[in-house]
Design a protein around this ligand. Structure first.
Ligand code: NAI
Length: 326
C-alpha cells in the first residue's frame, strides 16, 4: 500500500463538500490503492456542521481514509497538503456588485494562497472550484510565488461534461461516443463550448448538427446550465460539481484517456494567442501528474471571436482585483 497523501478541501461543510468528501475517501479521485488524509477547512461558524461531516466519514469505515483534520485555520488546513480543492467561497449577497464579489473572494483566496505557499508541499496540485473560479485561481497562484504557477487550476470540467452530454443526447449517442470536447475560457456565461474538434463516434461533431442549433441552442444551453439548475432545483449544482472536481483531479493525477483530452482552466502560456498568465480553459492532456495544452487545433473566425470575448472578460476580472494582486 502507498503512503497516504494529504488532500485539503475548503468549504468542506458546504453542499459540494458533502457530495465530494465521501468519494475522495472512497478512492474515486486518486485510485483505490492510494490512502488519503483529509484536511477539512471551513470558517469558524461552520465547525459544528463540519464535526458532523467528520462523524459521518468515520462511520463509513473507508479502508483508504487514513486520517481527518478539521480546522478553521488555513495554516493548519494546508499543512503538508499534496492536493487542494478550494471549494469555499463567498456567494453573491443582496446588492453586491461584481466588483464587490471579486474583492470579497480576493480576500479569501489571497490568504489561502499565502498559506499554501508557506505550509503545503511545493508539489501541491490545486483545483479552484469556488466562483469566480478562474480569477480566484489567479489570485491564489499570485499569492504563492514559491510554487510553480502550473500547479494552480480552475474547474471547467463541469462545463466540459455538460457539453459532452448535450451533444450525445442531440445525436442519440451514448456519452462514451463523445471525445476531444473543448470548452474555452472562463467558467461563466462567456465560456465557449467548441464542437469543431469534438468527435461523436469518430465523426466531427459540428458537421453532424446544423449551425443554427449549435449557435442558438447548444452553446447557450451549456453556458446557462448552472442557472437552469438553480431555477429547477432551488439550489446550485452540487453533486455534478463534486463529480467534475473528482474527474479533474483524477485525470490530472492519473492521466487522461488515450486519444482524448479534457478542458481545464490553466495558466496560459500564450497558446492560441490568449494572454499569458490568465487562468483560461484550454484543451489539455494529462500524463505523469502533469498537464499540457493540446497544440495545433485550427481555429476559425467564429471560434476566434468567442475565445477572445471570454478572454476579455477574464482580463477585466483580473483588472478589477489588480490592486490586490502581489
Ligand atoms: P455552500 O454555500 O453550500 O458551501 C460553501 C462553504 O464554504 C460553506 O460551508 C462556507 O462556510 C465555506 N466558506 C466560506 N468562506 C470560506 C473560507 N474563507 N474558508 C473556508 N471555507 C469557507 O456552497 P457550494 O454549493 O458548496 O458551492 C461552493 C462554491 O462552488 C460556490 O462559490 C459556487 O459558486 C462554486 N461552484 C463552482 C462550480 C464550477 O464549475 N467551477 C460549479 C458549482 C459551484
Amino acid at each position: 500500500m502507498k503512503a497516504p497523501v494529504r488532500v485539503t478541501v475548503t468549504g468542506a461543510a458546504g453542499q459540494i463538500g458533502y457530495a465530494l468528501l465521501f468519494r475522495i475517501a472512497s478512492g474515486a479521485m486518486l485510485g483505490d490503492d492510494q490512502p488519503v488524509i483529509l484536511h477539512l477547512l471551513d470558517i469558524t461558524p461552520a465547525m459544528d456542521a463540519l464535526e458532523g461531516v467528520r462523524m459521518e466519514l468515520d462511520d463509513c469505515a473507508f479502508p483508504l481514509l487514513a486520517g481527518i483534520v478539521c480546522t478553521d485555520d488555513p495554516n493548519v488546513g494546508f499543512k503538508d497538503a499534496d492536493y487542494a480543492l478550494l471549494v469555499g467561497a463567498r456567494p453573491r449577497g443582496p446588492g453586491m456588485e461584481r466588483k464587490d464579489l471579486l474583492e470579497a473572494n480576493a480576500a479569501i483566496f489571497s490568504v489561502q494562497g499565502k498559506a499554501i505557499n508557506d505550509h503545503a508541499s511545493h508539489d501541491i496540485r490545486v483545483l479552484v472550484v469556488g466562483n469566480p473560479a478562474n480569477t480566484n485561481a489567479l489570485i491564489t497562484q499570485r499569492n504563492a510565488p514559491d510554487i510553480d504557477p502550473r500547479n494552480f487550476t480552475a474547474m471547467m470540467r463541469l462545463d466540459h461534461n455538460r457539453a459532452k452530454t448535450q451533444i450525445a443526447q442531440k445525436l442519440d449517442a451514448p456519452v462514451t461516443a463523445v471525445s476531444t470536447m473543448t470548452v474555452w475560457g472562463n467558467h461563466s456565461a462567456t465560456q465557449y463550448p467548441d464542437l469543431h474538434h469534438a468527435t461523436v463516434n469518430g465523426s466531427v461533431a459540428v458537421d453532424a448538427v446544423d449551425q443554427q442549433w449549435y449557435e442558438d441552442d447548444f452553446i447557450p444551453t451549456v453556458q446557462q446550465r448552472g442557472a437552469a439548475i438553480i431555477k429547477a432545483r432551488g439550489a446550485a449544482s452540487a453533486a455534478s460539481a463534486a463529480n467534475a472536481a473528482i474527474d479533474h483531479m483524477r485525470d490530472w493525477a492519473l492521466g487522461t484517456a488515450d486519444g482524448d483530452w479534457v478542458s481545464m482552466g490553466v495558466y496560459s502560456d500564450g497558446s492560441y494567442g490568449i494572454a499569458e498568465g490568465l487562468i483560461y480553459s484550454f484543451p489539455c492532456r494529462c500524463s505523469g501528474g502533469d498537464w499540457s495544452i493540446v497544440q495545433g487545433l485550427e481555429i476559425n473566425d467564429f471560434s476566434r471571436g468567442r475565445m477572445q470575448a471570454t478572454e476579455q472578460e477574464l482580463t477585466e476580472e483580473r483588472d478589477a482585483v489588480a490592486d490586490l494582486l502581489p
